[in-house]
Design a protein around this ligand. Structure first.
Ligand SMILES: *[C@@H]1O[C@H](CO)[C@@H](O)[C@H](O)[C@H]1NC(C)=O
Ligand SMILES: *[C@@H]1O[C@H](CO)[C@@H](O)[C@H](O)[C@H]1NC(C)=O
Ligand SMILES: *[C@@H]1O[C@H](CO)[C@@H](O)[C@H](O)[C@H]1NC(C)=O
Length: 360
């Protein structure tokens, strides 16, 4: 009798232990796929110290000039948090508390990383910086642009051969696509004049956006995303004051004039590396584009969706597609451009900090 009782008890305890182990296992597996309780606690603790400025940068070679020379001071207690494949570096630039994160190349990486940054951390705004191709012949390699608007130039409706500007696009009638923004006609780019081309026309399309304060499942459309108006004022101040920028790659390779920071009308981004003169000229003529890159519009769109202040600083590394005296020198000038982008970023952060403390 007694034997049976203790045997039952043992069996019962064994079952409980099994359940505990099994549930633990389930929890840790779920956490690994999402966010661990430990990470969440660290994020929560960090957010208690107030909001920070988010700094989003595409690649390592663009981040390095900020990490070097003590421009970025890591937090001595929590220098970084690694979450879901991203390293969020915690620290300061000057007196400004920041979180710095690298996205990796192109629109999807930039969008995901910005979304994660905004979801996890308490932020006052987002600064994005890096290098870009240039579509504006009035500017020079090494100049640092701060566009007033960003557009995603990679959403197309590719029109079938035989249709033209007077024919509605596929799915235009239900509001999915539009002919309002304009198109590129392939026949216009033949070396020997042709009346037509089987590639016909591609029509530029706006993004669909679902803002945090909008109705879920009710889309808005936006093509040109404006940067934050206060950040733009600060950028214009920085432009006016002037920033000392790097002019020479080495003793024998210098730019014709000292580079400068410049606010410009427009930057465009898409999952496309533009090293083509005809397309560069089209982007400039059609959209008044200066900076061409692969991330900024994605960061801009996520910040717009979340109603978070945003601005981007992009230093020109090459005349996209070549054709100038300097030809296409992205390889030679990318490090100089990355350095110049960081110098303007530092000046911008300093000017922003002093304008915020004035406002307080
Ligand atoms: C194509 O070229 C013609 C002739 O130069 C011009 O009138 C037209 O605007 C161009 N179309 C596009 C979509 O660029
Ligand atoms: C194009 O942008 C420049 C600044 O980048 C501006 O000065 C100019 O007025 C703009 N042109 C048009 C047609 O919008
Ligand atoms: C300067 O840099 C250019 C581009 O990287 C290189 O081709 C050239 O050899 C360098 N010159 C010197 C003196 O280092």
């Amino acid at each position: 009798m007694e034997m049976n009782c203790s045997k039952l008890l043992l069996q019962y305890l064994g079952l409980v232990l099994l359940l505990v182990l099994w549930s633990d296992h389930t929890i840790s597996r779920t956490d690994a796929a999402l966010l661990s309780a430990d990470d969440l606690r660290r994020v929560h603790e960090l957010n208690k110290f107030g909001s920070r400025l988010g700094i989003v940068v595409p690649n390592m070679f663009e981040m390095n000039p900020l990490l070097r020379f003590n421009r970025f001071t890591p937090n001595p207690i929590v220098p970084y948090l690694d979450i879901m494949g991203k390293r969020f570096r915690i620290g300061k630039v000057g007196n400004q508390k920041v979180i710095l994160v690298m996205t990796g190349l192109s629109m999807l990486n930039a969008g995901i990383t910005t979304e994660l940054l905004l979801t996890l951390f308490s932020l006052e705004g987002v600064l994005h910086y890096g290098i870009a191709g240039n579509a504006n012949p009035n500017l020079q390699i090494g100049d640092v642009t701060i566009p007033e608007n960003w557009a995603h130039s990679g959403i197309w409706n590719w029109q079938r051969f035989g249709s033209g500007p007077n024919n509605p696009l596929a799915l235009e009638s239900n509001g999915d696509f539009t002919r309002e923004i304009g198109y590129l006609r392939f026949a216009n780019y033949s070396i020997t004049p042709t009346s037509d081309n089987f590639l016909n026309n591609v029509w530029y399309q706006p993004e669909e956006i679902f803002t945090v304060d909008g109705s879920p499942e009710v889309r808005e459309h936006i093509f040109k995303v404006p940067v934050d108006s206060r950040y733009l004022e600060v950028a214009k101040m920085v432009e006016k004051q002037g920033v000392t920028l790097e002019r020479c790659v080495n003793s024998s390779l210098c730019l014709p004039r000292p580079p400068a920071a410049a606010t410009v009308a427009m930057g465009v981004s898409a999952g496309v590396f533009v090293d083509n003169r005809a397309y560069r000229e089209f982007l400039n003529a059609k959209f008044n584009a200066t900076a061409i890159d692969m991330e900024s519009a994605a960061v801009a769109l996520v910040c717009y969706q979340q109603r978070t202040p945003f601005i981007a600083i992009r230093a020109l590394s090459d005349l996209a597609g070549g054709g100038s005296a300097l030809s296409n020198e992205a390889d030679a000038f990318a490090p100089l451009a990355a350095e110049n982008a960081v110098r303007v970023l530092m000046n911008f952060i300093a000017a922003l900090s002093s304008s915020s403390s004035l406002a307080k």
